[in-house]
Structure formats: structure tokens, C-alpha cells
Design a protein around this ligand. Structure first.
Ligand code: NAG
Ligand code: NAG
Ligand code: NAG
Ligand code: NAG
Ligand code: NAG
Ligand code: NAG
Ligand code: NAG
Length: 644
């Protein structure tokens, strides 16, 4: 929006500026008195007397010898600018009265860029240039001289006009005597000067004669600066006269200064505005981004809060450990980044580089470091350290040589490289995972929801002990009066998500239990949870499939054929029924992790499961009776993290 305004201003400014708009400098002094004094600069020996300008003193006698003076219009005139040459007319009346015979020396109509007004140019110099400036371009003066004394050989006579550039030696000179004009006769002589800036034609008329005294082509911009002062100069020597200016009118076209203002200032303002707006937008985005990223005021502060905080590493160290994140060392790619194998201090580690493309990256990073960093459980992946440098988030874990569980249970039958794991191993993995989850739900200060339980997040050490990892989505919920973590994002993995969390976006301990139910079903069946692209396709859903077999009394046929029946049928049946119980459509009917663990350890029977899979209803039917473990306390969402 603001951009548009700035662009419009620029466009308007440009339109206004197309072709310089011409204004005029106009003045007409029919006489000179105190009311006009302000508009003029009188310098040297010039003065104002009896309604006229006395360019040199008008007092008869010694005192008027060797005088020089200037009178300039105070406001400079813009004679030219890039692509523009001004035209002007000026009419004035001179009255020159010789005091000696002949009179002396003369006067000039001048255009000068020189800021020096009080110059010492008496005698032959006519007040036009100082002797030391004669012939120098620095004189910055063009004059039409009205010369009343032949002061040097080149002078035509004692009654002539000439065109002078930076000197008193005229480029051209013309005698007035032939025209019947006597400059120093003491008569009023009207003069008209005309300059056509386009044709560079400078023409001089004297008296009301239609024929010019001279007409010369001269480019004034070649000798004069853009802004010039207009006026008159005069001088006397031993020869004296009264150099009087009676009236002066000027009519000059010039570029509109206001327009110039628009030309120059508005585009600058426009550009400045554009730059400013761009900068503001940039900053706002940056701030917004930082605000988003800074769910915590500072990563360091957020992480280093606890005494058991994981170690902070330097990016350099981690680069060195992983061979500069060489693709050769790539272990896998997860939801929030790529994992590399590395060696640090002769110990194998796994380094996860959190993808920083999404704003999620930083939040996931902090979540993972703060949740997992505080936790110590033999079934949780150990976080050794972290690094945040150059907008890169990195996590360093213990290295688990056997990788993730999924590749052992979903391996192709034909592929013998990754041999599947035995039922005993599977049971121990499932039990280990249940212990980790039970610890998260009930064993810590705050209830922690993992929110992304799945076989690819369960890692196996060299002895196939399960280690629950990837806490990128984990959230702790503080004890309070609510029981869920609410979020707008669709977290978790399709196929593992409880129907109510798909519907409401809420995550509870029950939704973690649901995902765990799916996990144990896949471990028992060796089958993926369901087509991820068609989560609603009930036939491809593992829960529907197992429940269907259960209804038909053939639940054992769901067992993974790769196990070749090498399992205790009661155990298999128990695990499958427990899986179904965890995946009950009504969250209130799902067992808690405490009960799940008891069942897996053989300390309790699996909870009863209806023969037919109940339909999913929302809101769910209230629980017929509260299970014991719910007394643990009530929980609130960890709201600081919910509004991502
Ligand atoms: C003004 O005079 C300069 C110098 O002679 C010339 O280059 C330029 O084209 C002139 N501009 C116009 C608009 O007459
Ligand atoms: C100067 O006078 C001439 C002749 O009267 C006229 O054509 C021209 O437009 C005038 N120029 C200015 C700038 O007034
Ligand atoms: C003044 O300057 C003109 C033009 O450069 C030159 O011809 C002349 O000789 C100079 N006169 C004096 C007295 O320096
Ligand atoms: C001009 O008039 C003055 C004063 O009347 C006179 O002295 C002078 O000779 C005249 N000059 C010419 C060239 O006629
Ligand atoms: C010259 O003009 C002024 C008015 O500007 C007038 O008072 C004066 O009489 C005139 N002088 C002559 C000699 O005509
Ligand atoms: C310059 O302008 C004058 C007055 O308009 C005219 O008489 C003369 O012919 C012009 N000279 C040139 C070279 O155009
Ligand atoms: C200056 O003003 C006088 C008196 O109003 C007028 O007669 C004369 O023509 C004007 N001169 C110019 C050049 O406009």
C-alpha cells in the first residue's frame, strides 16, 4: 500500500517535471527610491539620488574622479540549466552627463556570476572587471558597454557600444555617432537589450529605433554560470561624468524555481520514501520472523536453564566431526532435518541438522533441546549437545548403531540383508517404548506429550534396546486444569493420529496412547499403519483390519508372517488386543500408559475390547468410570508454544 503511494508520488512528480515549466523574472523600476532599495545591491561608489541610481557619484568636482560602482538586482536570475536557455528583454534609461571634455569613462549593462560586488575597477575598466581579472574566465562577466572615452587604441571612439566578455576589450563595438546618438549629452537615452536563449541572439536597440545597433550570436551559458546577477557598472578617471540610471525594466523567462523544486526534491523524496518503505517492510518482516522464531527470548537462555543442560557445541566442531556434513555420513532424513554420523572425542554421535527453511525449525529445536535435554531415561535417546550458529540448529545425540525400528519390521521378505527381529526382541522394544512413554506422561515434573510416536522414531542400540527419539513435536503440559495441548498445526504423522486429534487438533495423553497402539499393532503385524495418502480409507487402516479379524475370532492371523509362528500365542494375542484397546475410537476407553505397561509386563490382563469396533463419535461418550491413574493431576496446555 505505502509502496503504491510512493510510486504515485514519483509518477506525479515526473509528469509535472516533463519539460521545464517556464516562469518569469519581471521587474519594472520607473524610478528608484527607498522602497526599491531592498531589491538592489548598491556597491562601491554607487548611490541612489533624486529618484535615480547614480552608478558613480553625481557630486561635481574632485570627489567624482576615479570612482567605480555597481548596482545589481538582488535576486539572481536563472540564465540557463541543463536543456534550457533563458530569453530576456531589458529596457532602461540612461542619463550620462559629461563633466570633463570628453567625459569619462563609461558604464556597462552587466550579467555576472561573481559574488564579489564591491570591485575596484575604476578608470578604463568601467566597473566591469578588476584589472587583475581582465581576460580571465573567472571574471564571470558579460557586459554591454556604453563607452564615452577612447581610453586605448582599440577603442573605436568616445561614443560607442561594445560587447565585452570577461574584459573591457570588446568582441564587437559599434559607434553611436552615425545613429545620431550622443551618449554623454545628458539626455535620456532608452536602451533595449534582447536575448533569445534558443538562437543565442543578443540584440541591442537604442532609443526607439527599429533597427538594432547590433545583433550578435553569443552563447551566454558558455561564459556565465546558471545563476547570474543583473545590473550596471560604471567608472570615472581623470575624465568624469555623471553615470545615472533613471529606470530599469526587466522581463526574463526562466525556469520555474518551484518546478525545479519538484524536479529535484520530489524525486529524491520519492526515492527516499521508497527506500524507507522497503526498509520498513524489511524490518517488519525481520522482526516478525524473529518474533516468530523467538518463542523464547533467547535460545541460549531457554536451553541453559537447567543444571543438567546438554552441552553447547561450536558449528566448527560439528562440521569436523561429520566430515563437513558429508553425504557419505548421512544416516537419514527426518521430519525436521537430516541426521549425520559423526565422531567426537573417539565417540560416535548422531548430528541432526534441523532444517531452517520453516519457521518451525527453531521451535522444534528448542522443544527438543529443552524437553529431551532435561530427561534421563534408559529408553530415551540421549541428547549430548546442541549448537545454534549462523541460523543453523544442530543437535548431537548418542549414536545408535542399529538405527530405527521401522526398517526391521517393514523389511522386504526377500531382502535378507536386514533380517527381521524376533518376537522377543519386538516385545522388549515395545515394552521399552512403553516405559519411555509412561515416564513422559507420569514420571516427570511436567507431563510431556511426545506427539509423534512411530516406528521410525524408535531407535535401537547395539543390543536392540529401544530408545524413543525425535522430540521435535514433544510438548510439555503443566499441571493445571486442562488436559490437552491444543495447536493449529497438524502435527504428528498421518496413520498414527487419533481420530479426535485429526478432528480437533488437540493432543492429549490419550492421543499418545493411540499412536502407541498403532505402533504395537505394526510391530506385531509387520504392517504399515495405513496408506498415508488415504487415511480415511478404512480397509487400508491397520486398526480396522485387525479389529475385523478380532471380530471374526481370527486375531492371530494378523501376526507378522515373517515371524514364522515363532511366538507364544497368548503373548501375541495379548499384544494385539492391547493395541486395539489403545486404538479405541473413544479416548476415554483407552488405557493409560501405566496400565499398558502393566499388561506388557504380564502384571495385568489386557483391557476388554468390544467385539465390534465402535464407531467414532465426537464428542465422545463420557467414561463410565474413571480409571485410577487419571488422579495424577490435571494438565494445561503449554500455551507459549501453541500459537505457532
Ligand atoms: C542550451 O544551450 C546549450 C549550449 O549551447 C545547448 O547545448 C542546448 O541544447 C540548449 N538548450 C536548449 C533547450 O536550447
Ligand atoms: C522579448 O521581446 C521580444 C520582442 O518584443 C518578444 O518577442 C519576446 O517574447 C520577449 N521575450 C521575453 C522573454 O519577454
Ligand atoms: C585584457 O584582456 C583582453 C582579452 O583577454 C586582452 O586582449 C587585453 O590585452 C587585456 N588588457 C590588459 C590591459 O591586460
Ligand atoms: C556629446 O555631447 C557632449 C555634451 O554636449 C559633447 O561635449 C560631445 O562632444 C558630444 N559628442 C559627440 C560625439 O557628439
Ligand atoms: C529624463 O527622464 C526623467 C524622468 O525619468 C525626467 O524627469 C527628465 O526631465 C528627463 N530628462 C530630459 C533631459 O529629458
Ligand atoms: C536576432 O534578433 C534580431 C531581433 O529579433 C533580428 O533582427 C536578427 O536578425 C536576429 N539575428 C539572427 C542572426 O538571427
Ligand atoms: C514599466 O512601467 C511603465 C509605467 O507603468 C510602463 O510605461 C512601461 O512600459 C513599463 N516597461 C516595461 C518594459 O514593461
Amino acid at each position: 500500500m505505502v509502496f503504491c503511494v510512493a510510486v504515485k508520488i514519483l509518477i506525479v512528480a515526473t509528469l509535472l517535471g516533463v519539460g521545464p515549466r517556464v516562469e518569469c523574472l519581471n521587474f519594472n523600476f520607473t524610478e528608484f527610491d527607498d522602497s526599491t532599495r531592498d531589491q538592489l545591491i548598491l556597491s562601491g561608489d554607487s548611490n541612489m539620488f533624486s529618484g535615480a541610481i547614480q552608478i558613480t557619484p553625481d557630486v561635481n568636482g574632485e570627489s567624482i574622479k576615479y570612482k567605480s560602482g555597481r548596482v545589481l538586482y538582488r535576486k539572481p536570475y536563472r540564465l540557463w540549466s541543463k536543456g534550457y536557455n533563458a530569453s530576456f528583454n531589458s529596457t532602461f534609461v540612461l542619463n550620462i552627463q559629461a563633466q570633463t571634455h570628453p567625459g569619462g569613462e563609461g558604464l556597462g549593462f552587466i550579467l555576472t556570476g561573481s559574488s564579489v560586488v564591491d570591485i575596484n575597477a575604476e578608470g578604463q575598466w568601467l566597473g566591469i572587471v578588476e584589472p587583475q581579472m581582465n581576460g580571465s574566465s573567472q571574471a564571470n562577466t558579460v557586459a554591454i558597454e556604453f563607452d564615452t572615452r577612447k581610453s586605448y587604441v582599440e577603442d573605436l571612439n568616445d561614443n560607442h557600444v561594445g560587447l565585452d566578455v570577461n574584459s573591457v576589450y570588446s568582441l564587437v563595438q559599434f559607434s553611436l555617432s552615425e545613429l545620431g546618438v550622443n551618449l554623454s549629452s545628458g539626455l535620456n537615452i532608452s536602451v533595449h537589450v534582447q536575448y533569445d536563449g534558443e538562437l543565442k541572439n543578443l540584440t541591442l536597440f537604442v532609443e526607439d529605433m527599429k533597427i538594432p545597433v547590433f545583433s550578435e550570436i553569443i552563447d551566454l551559458s558558455a561564459y556565465l554560470p546558471e545563476n547570474v546577477y543583473l545590473g550596471f557598472s560604471g567608472s570615472t578617471s581623470d575624465f568624469t561624468q555623471l553615470n545615472c540610471l533613471r529606470s530599469w525594466a526587466f522581463n526574463g523567462a526562466e525556469e520555474d524555481d518551484d518546478n525545479l523544486w519538484i524536479w529535484i526534491v520530489v524525486p529524491i523524496l520519492g526515492v527516499a520514501l521508497l527506500v524507507g518503505v522497503a526498509f520498513a517492510v524489511y524490518w517488519k518482516r525481520k522482526l516478525d520472523r524473529e518474533k516468530l522464531e523467538d518463542a523464547y527470548p533467547s535460545i541460549e537462555e531457554a536451553i541453559q536453564g537447567s543444571s543438567t543442560a546438554p552441552r553447547k557445541f561450536k558449528l566448527k566442531e560439528l562440521g569436523k566431526a561429520t566430515g563437513n556434513f558429508s553425504p557419505k555420513n548421512k544416516l537419514g532424513k527426518g521430519g525436521f532435518g537430516t541426521v549425520y554420523k559423526g565422531v567426537m572425542e573417539n565417540k560416535e554421535v548422531a548430528v541432526k541438522k534441523v532444517s531452517n527453511k520453516s519457521t518451525q525449525g527453531k521451535t522444534e529445536f528448542i522443544a527438543e533441546v529443552t524437553t529431551i535435554g532435561k530427561l534421563h531415561h534408559r529408553n530415551l535417546v540421549k541428547l549430548i549437545g546442541w549448537c545454534y550458529e549462523k541460523r543453523e540448529f544442530l543437535l548431537v545425540y548418542e549414536y545408535l548403531p542399529n538405527g530405527s525400528l521401522d526398517k526391521f519390521i517393514f523389511c522386504e521378505k526377500s531382502s535378507m540383508e536386514e533380517s527381521t527381529i524376533s518376537w522377543e526382541t519386538r516385545l522388549s522394544v515395545v515394552t521399552g517404548t512403553a516405559q519411555a512413554l509412561e515416564y513422559l506422561h507420569n514420571g516427570c515434573e511436567e507431563t510431556i506429550l511426545h506427539r509423534d510416536i512411530k516406528s521410525s522414531n524408535i531407535l535401537l542400540d547395539s543390543e536392540f534396546n529401544a530408545k524413543l527419539g525425535d522430540f521435535g513435536l514433544a510438548r510439555s503440559i503443566k499441571l493445571g486444569d486442562q488436559t490437552h495441548h491444543s495447536t493449529k498445526e497438524l502435527a504428528g504423522t498421518p496413520g498414527y493420529m487419533a481420530p479426535e486429534s485429526i478432528l480437533t487438533g488437540r493432543f492429549t495423553r490419550e492421543t499418545d496412547v493411540y499412536a502407541f497402539g498403532i505402533l504395537i499393532l505394526e510391530v506385531a503385524c509387520g504392517r504399515k499403519p495405513g496408506s498415508q495418502s488415504q487415511q480415511d480409507d478404512y480397509n487400508s487402516n491397520i486398526v480396522h483390519w485387525v479389529w475385523d479379524l478380532y471380530s471374526k475370532g481370527r486375531i492371530l492371523s494378523a501376526a507378522d508372517s515373517r515371524l514364522n509362528g515363532d511366538f507364544a500365542t497368548e503373548d501375541m494375542e495379548c499384544v494385539l488386543i492391547l493395541g486395539l484397546a489403545c486404538c479405541h475410537p473413544n479416548p476415554h476407553k483407552r488405557p493409560s500408559m501405566k496400565i499398558v505397561l502393566q499388561v506388557l509386563k504380564g502384571e495385568a490382563a489386557p483391557p476388554p475390547v468390544p467385539n465390534e469396533r465402535p464407531v467414532f463419535m465426537w464428542p465422545p461418550l463420557p467414561p463410565s468410570f474413571k480409571e485410577l491413574d487419571i488422579s495424577h493431576g490435571q494438565i494445561t496446555p503449554f500455551t507459549e508454544l501453541s500459537g505457532r
